[in-house]
Structures are given as C-alpha cells and as structure tokens.
Design a protein around this ligand. Structure first.
Ligand code: ZN
Length: 178
C-alpha cells in the first residue's frame, strides 16, 4: 500500500469506527478531532517520514475504544501498524487505577515510535483539559490528570524536542486553567 493511501485509509477507518463517539469535554467534539490532532503532532515530530506511525496515530484508540481487534488492523493495514496500536493500548481487563499505574511503569519499555505516539496523545488530552474540560471534573481531578500525564511522559524518557515542547506548553496551559 502506498504511503498516502495507508494514511487516507486509516483516516477513513477511524472516522467510521469512532463515528458515534464524542470527546468527554463540555464541547462534545467529534472523536475524530482528537485523532486528527494526534496524527498531526506525530507527523510533525517525524517530519512526515513515518506514514505507518501517522496511520497508527489515527487508529490508536480503535482497539481500546471500539470493537476493532489487533488482527483486523493487521489484515486491513499491516503488522507494523497493528503492533504500534497494540503497544499504546491499555489492557481493559484490568481496573482503571491499575491501567493508569501500568502506563507509568511500562513507559520506558515502549519502542521509540510508540513513545512519540504516547506523548502526542497526552498532549492532545491536556489541551482538551484547557479548551473543553469534562463538565463533572473539579480542579482536583484536573490537577491529578495533569500530574499523571506528566509522570507517564517523564517515564518515556527521550522524545523529539519539538514534541516535548508542545507537551510542556500543554501542561503549563492546563495548570493555569485549573
Ligand atoms: Zn487518544
């Protein structure tokens, strides 16, 4: 599959699978907005040289939040994309607290490309806390989320500087909004 085709197909696949989902924030943005934002951050961080990673960014929540399986991604796309999405997918058989803890402790074991995807995801989520926080989140809940995202990203270690810059800015703005 050619590079542009793989990205366009991922975009289409993700928009269909997440079509009924909205972001948790007050603005109730379509879920695809989050995926587009993460894909852009990843594209910039890799200077447009890693189309499979961009496709994985578009698909990164399909296994966790829709009925898509890793096998399906391997068939519809390729093993590389399926493995990348799998690497950033939480084990939903575990309790939420446990999953959140594992994101921190497992961060350093991720491949470099999965790390880039993780930071982009957390950056997008932090921007949402500033722009359109969930209605039922009080200051403490927001502060706890910011703190957790920072610990995950600290655990990842080295990531491209510009991307880390976007993350740090998102942290700062989110903190100021709490
Ligand atoms: Zn996400």
């Amino acid at each position: 599959m050619n590079d542009l085709l793989v990205v366009a197909r991922a975009f289409n696949f993700a928009s269909q699978r997440h079509s009924k989902q909205r972001r948790k924030g007050e603005a109730q943005e379509p879920y695809i907005n989050h995926l587009a934002e993460v894909a852009l951050l990843v594209t910039e961080a890799t200077k447009g040289k890693d189309p499979n990673l961009v496709a994985a960014a578009l698909l990164h929540d399909t296994i966790e939040d829709t009925d898509t399986t890793c096998e399906e991604l391997a068939i519809c796309f390729n093993d590389d994309i399926a493995n990348l999405v799998n690497e950033v997918t939480d084990d939903k058989t575990l309790r939420k607290e446990e999953r959140k803890k594992l994101q921190i402790t497992n961060a350093s074991k991720k491949t470099q490309r999965a790390k880039i995807l993780k930071v982009a995801d957390k950056t997008s989520n932090l921007r949402s806390i500033t722009k359109s926080p969930p209605k039922n989140w009080d200051s403490l809940r927001k502060a706890e989320y910011i703190d957790w995202a920072m610990r995950v990203v600290a655990g990842l270690g080295d990531v491209p500087r510009e991307l880390k810059g976007h993350f740090d800015t998102a942290v700062e703005k989110a903190r100021n909004s709490v």
